[in-house]
Design a protein around this ligand. Structure first.
Ligand code: M6R
Length: 618
């Protein structure tokens, strides 16, 4: 969480940093701040969003300077207020820092620094870190880079930091452990950019270095970047990557919100996920990360899927896919529970981790644990070059394109697409799928983008919008599904609660009788996924049970359905497909529904309260 953007070079730093922070605001938006240097240090910071910082800067603050950095915060230590906002300054006023992450042993360091006469203005761990660096610099009479290195060897926690020293105003020092830092390299080393991801500098350069964990860089104007290992001081020769992302991908493109744009991008995103991998005519699924490790997959005693949030829901869909199509036992774990549970992991287990951002702290820690225990780890990520993508033994990208809206939409459907390809590939290789069935799935998979597009028409949108207008004031909602669509029910409920703040619960439909049915009365909207293939009769009975208790039924049904239509209050039709592929369709109206409800309630759709896109703290 938290976004970092900085610049050193010959251009005005302010517009680059402020635009960069706007692009990184998905990482946190509790407060924002900036440092600029132009013969003296200028620091402005405020509680609130980057737009509040801009307003503050427009009230007469100097925006001059060719060096500086900015921060958009997701609060960890200290409430979101002006004082706790970054940047933080050391007691002498010489050192300035921005930080993404948590310093776990900050309290003991703070006590020690207080004994040595340091005082603190904020409640943050970051202010402790900048003063520790100052103390180390003073004690060792060393330069900033060395002081940062020594100090970081004394802290426990996670960080991406940028530090500036007013006595040496032509350099920036950055370092990472657990939180990402990308460095953009301008022409002939005349300018450099730093950022939590590459989006702030895409219009200036496509050349980037991603720092690895435990690496730091000293960046000087007109000079080469010096990259070192924090713990042993060894020099690193960086790999310069060519960025493929473009600006259009990270802008709203005429939509009111990123979430809506991303919902509508799904037909393309799903196609991009299987492009070059799936060839239905020749019956081939090619995925190098799986092909190169096919023995591990085929000989796996079980597959353990580890993820958080929406990615965990995609993992639950995969449990049905792998067990049904490939007959491999699967366990799906919350990364945060898995990593602390002393889990039993055997060398013959395959661990699949799923993460849109590739930076989720718990998922990353789970990978490290699984690797220590000798398991093979396969990472499914969207963000290219992310920490999880690099930490896993092998993996595959979803190629969904940047997802900026905090509520995951296209990440979910593209993760399921990728997992379906793997399940089909294994099912075929293990002889569990007949050739005819396998080919049918492949053909059907290729039809999915068209079928998703058919759900994104003005007609369907109007139906969903009307339903949203009827239920937007509900205090509680239930989402029910069975089999492949039980995880979709969970995901539908998560979407609604995270952006509209309406309490919602997802349940396996049959579980309703074991408790939640007590909640049902005429005020309870119940969203039921009742597609033709997949326990249809059973779910019709569940709907009758809701009806008998006067609950309001909004059903997602297969085109042409007549039975559910007779009993439901509202229906949304989806095109017919194989049961295993239905989550790719049933999820679409539920995303749209949450979106419309949130808009009608005037909520901040793309930046819901208390959340951040990449959860880089545990
Ligand atoms: O980047 P990841 O996929 O690892 O993120 C995991 C969750 O934080 C994420 O899916 C979260 O639940 C979404 N905001 C939900 O829409």
């Amino acid at each position: 969480m938290c976004g970092i953007a900085g610049y050193i070079g010959y251009r005005d730093a302010y517009p680059i940093i402020i635009k960069g922070l706007q692009r990184l605001e998905y990482r946190g938006y509790d407060s924002a701040g900036i440092l600029l240097y132009n013969n003296d240090v200028i620091i402005s910071k405020t509680k609130g969003k980057v737009s509040d910082l801009e307003e503050l800067m427009n009230s007469g603050v100097s925006k001059e300077g060719n060096i500086g950095f900015g921060h958009t915060r997701w609060a960890t230590h200290g409430i979101p207020n002006d004082i706790n906002s970054h940047p933080h300054t050391s007691n002498s006023g010489n050192l300035v820092i921005i930080h993404n992450g948590i310093i776990e042993n900050y309290d003991s360091i703070k006590k020690e620094l207080i004994k040595r006469g340091y005082t603190f203005q904020s409640d943050t761990d970051t202010e402790v870190l900048v003063n520790l660096i100052e103390e180390v610099k003073k004690e060792n009479k060393c330069k900033l880079g060395k002081a940062v290195q020594i100090a970081l060897n004394q802290v426990i926690g996670a960080y991406a930091i940028a530090v500036f020293d007013k006595t040496k105003p032509n350099e920036l020092v950055v370092a990472r452990l657990g939180s990402p830092i990308a460095i953009g390299i301008g022409k002939e080393n005349k300018e450099f950019f730093i950022a939590s991801d590459a989006s702030p500098f895409l219009e200036y350069t496509k050349n980037a270095i991603y720092l690895e964990d435990e690496e730091m860089a000293i960046i000087r104007e007109n000079k080469d970047i010096e990259i070192r290992k924090i713990n042993d001081d060894s020099i690193i020769t960086p790999e310069i990557q060519q960025l493929k992302m473009n600006l259009e991908q990270i802008e709203k493109g005429g939509y009111d919100h990123f979430m809506l744009k991303e919902i509508y991008e799904q037909p393309h995103a799903i196609t991009d996920t299987y492009r070059g991998r799936l060839n239905a005519n020749s019956g081939i699924i090619r995925m190098s990360g799986v092909d190169d490790n096919i023995d591990k997959f085929l000989n796996a005693d079980r597959i353990i899927i580890v993820a958080c949030g929406t990615s965990w829901h995609a993992g639950l869909v995969a449990e049905y896919l792998f067990e049904d199509l490939a007959r491999v036992p699967v366990e799906v774990e919350y990364a945060s529970e898995f990593r602390y549970r002393n889990p039993i992991i055997n060398p013959n287990d395959v661990i699949i981790t799923i993460s849109q951002s590739g930076e989720t702290a718990d998922t990353l820690a789970a990978i490290k644990l699984a690797k220590e225990k000798g398991a093979f780890v396969f990472g499914i990520c969207n963000v290219v070059g992310s920490s999880i993508a690099r930490e896993a033994h092998a993996g595959a990208y979803t190629h969904a394109g940047p997802e900026i809206g905090v509520a995951s939409t296209k990440a979910f459907t593209t993760q399921i697409t990728l997992l379906t390809l793997i399940a089909l590939k294994l099912g075929k290789a293990k002889g569990n799928l007949s050739t005819a069935k396998y080919h049918n799935y492949l053909q059907e998979m290729e039809q999915i983008p068209k079928k998703v597009a058919a759900l994104l028409t003005p007609e369907t949108d109007a139906i969903v919008k009307y339903i949203a207008s009827v239920y937007k004031d509900a205090s509680n909602c239930l989402y029910l599904g069975r089999g492949y669509n039980f995880p979709v029910a969970l995901e539908g409920a998560l979407k609604l609660k995270e952006i509209s703040y309406i309490h919602a619960e997802g349940y396996p439909a049959a579980e309703m009788k074991h408790g939640p049915i007590a909640l049902i009365d005429e005020n309870m909207p119940v969203f039921v996924i009742a597609t033709k293939k997949g326990h249809y009769e059973k779910i019709v009975s569940n709907i009758q049970e809701i009806k008998a208790r006067s609950g309001k039924i909004i059903a997602i049904v297969t085109e042409g359905d007549t039975e559910v239509k007779k009993i439901a209050d509202h229906v949304i039709e989806i095109p017919e497909t194989e049961e295993a592929l239905t989550p790719l369709l049933t999820t679409i109206p539920l995303q749209l529904l949450s979106y419309h409800i949130a808009v009608m309630l005037n909520k901040n759709v793309d930046q819901p309260r208390n959340l951040a896109k990449a959860v880089t703290v545990e």
